[in-house]
Design a protein around this ligand. Structure first.
Ligand SMILES: *Cc1c(COP(=O)(O)O)cnc(C)c1O
Length: 386
């Protein structure tokens, strides 16, 4: 099956065989516990809903299918997925190499929780240079954590090169694939051991559910993460599982439209006199455009750009747009706009922001699936007012 067929059908095969009712979509199973007829035999393998739930199983099967993985697991948030991966695979005294402009919540989890409370050691490096990742590996390194493209600078890491380094040093590689979704990038095929997504973004796609997903191929890694998922209880709820299974069905359609809109808007912005620079992996001007073409099957729909002038020009622009919702988050059908220095990255120390390139005039767009001409007109009239 190809992507869209899988995303619609996997996990939702109608159950008309075993006395089922033939539901064409997976039902919302709210039962916390499952009755058995014989003492020693759980009905269809179900015992208690934290351990296994039929609606969550449907979405977990979809997670595996869309990422081309053997296994998929659903969590209550992207950060719950990350916490569970670390609890499962890392112990006190271990070392993790992490990309420097990792998602802010990930940075807080790693530094403040695993670093300060559980004595896990972290080194943050610019993973766009694979050699810096290799150089950071120590005897106690257990895991490399990367994100590509990064947020908000949209830097690209070479997944294949880093996975070669990881394998040579017997270190696991985990990739946060949230920004592209499995439709445009499949890190497991490029040698990663674990893929993680915040399903709150593109995978659910409608800004109405918080969730996380983990996909992997290795039996032992799966068993450890699954054991930890049940032990810490960070599961995706039945309702969120239902919502996300529904959202996934249009993931391919949405990503096509997201990307089409984003490519056109990136070009429009790049040619505009009031714009300083545009960062979008699909533009030939992106410093890693050729790597993006090599490892991604699409460029996604996140654009960062600088307006000319100072912070006031940026604010004027942000408050002048009509169709772009001024809000944090990304990956929904509606276009979103935000100011990283004031909003998503306010907690990043100013010197680190400057080092990463997060200036006061930098604006981040999550381009939605609206009609392109409406978005274009909106950007143009807002630039006039900037
Ligand atoms: C949103 C996000 C997360 C965290 O996911 P939540 O569902 O908000 O917990 C992690 N990584 C990236 C890249 C994200 O965008």
């Amino acid at each position: 099956m190809k992507f869209r067929t899988k995303s619609i059908h996997v996990g939702e095969e109608p159950n008309y065989k075993e006395g089922g009712t033939g539901d064409a979509v997976v039902p919302l199973h709210l039962a916390t516990t499952f009755a058995r007829k014989e003492v020693e035999i759980p009905t269809a393998g179900y015992e208690y809903s934290r351990s296994l739930n039929p609606t969550r199983k449907a979405v977990e099967d979809k997670f595996a299918a869309i990422e081309g993985a053997k296994y998929g697991l659903g969590f209550s948030s992207g950060l719950a997925a990350e916490s569970t991966i670390l609890f499962a695979l890392i112990k006190s005294g271990d070392h993790v190499v992490c990309i420097d402009d990792v998602y802010g919540g990930t940075q807080r989890l790693f530094r403040k929780v695993f670093g300060e409370k559980y004595n896990v050691e972290f080194t943050f490096v610019d993973a766009t240079d694979a050699q810096l990742v290799a150089d950071a590996i120590q005897n106690n390194t257990r895991l490399i954590w990367i994100e590509t493209p990064t947020n908000p600078m949209l830097k690209i890491c070479d997944i294949e090169a880093i996975s070669t380094i990881a394998k040579a040093k017997n270190v696991l590689l985990a990739v946060d694939n949230t920004f592209l979704s499995p439709y445009f990038q499949n890190p497991l095929e490029l040698g990663a051991d674990i893929v993680m997504h915040s399903t709150s973004k593109y995978i659910n796609g409608h800004s109405d559910s918080i969730g996380g997903a983990v996909m992997c191929n290795d039996d032992a890694i799966y068993e450890q993460i699954q054991f930890m998922q049940n032990s810490v209880g960070a599961i995706m709820s039945p309702f969120d599982s239902y919502m996300v299974a529904r959202g996934i069905k249009t993931l391919g359609l949405r990503m096509e439209q997201h990307q089409k809109n984003a490519m056109s808007l990136a070009e429009l912005l790049e040619s505009h006199p009031k714009v300083n620079k545009v960062i979008y992996p699909g533009l030939a001007s992106h410093p890693q455009h050729s790597l993006a073409k090599k490892q991604m099957s699409g460029f996604g729909a996140m654009i960062s750009f600088e307006v000319k002038g100072d912070i006031n020009n940026a604010k004027n622009f942000l408050e002048a747009v009509h169709h772009f919702v001024l809000a944090e988050s990304l990956g929904g059908v509606e276009s979103l706009i935000e100011h990283p220095a004031i909003m998503t990255h306010a907690s990043v120390p100013i010197e680190d922001r400057v080092k990463l390139g997060i200036s006061d005039t930098l604006i981040r767009l999550s381009v939605g699936v609206e009609d392109l001409s409406d978005l274009e007109q909106d950007i143009l009239q807002a630039l006039d007012k900037a």
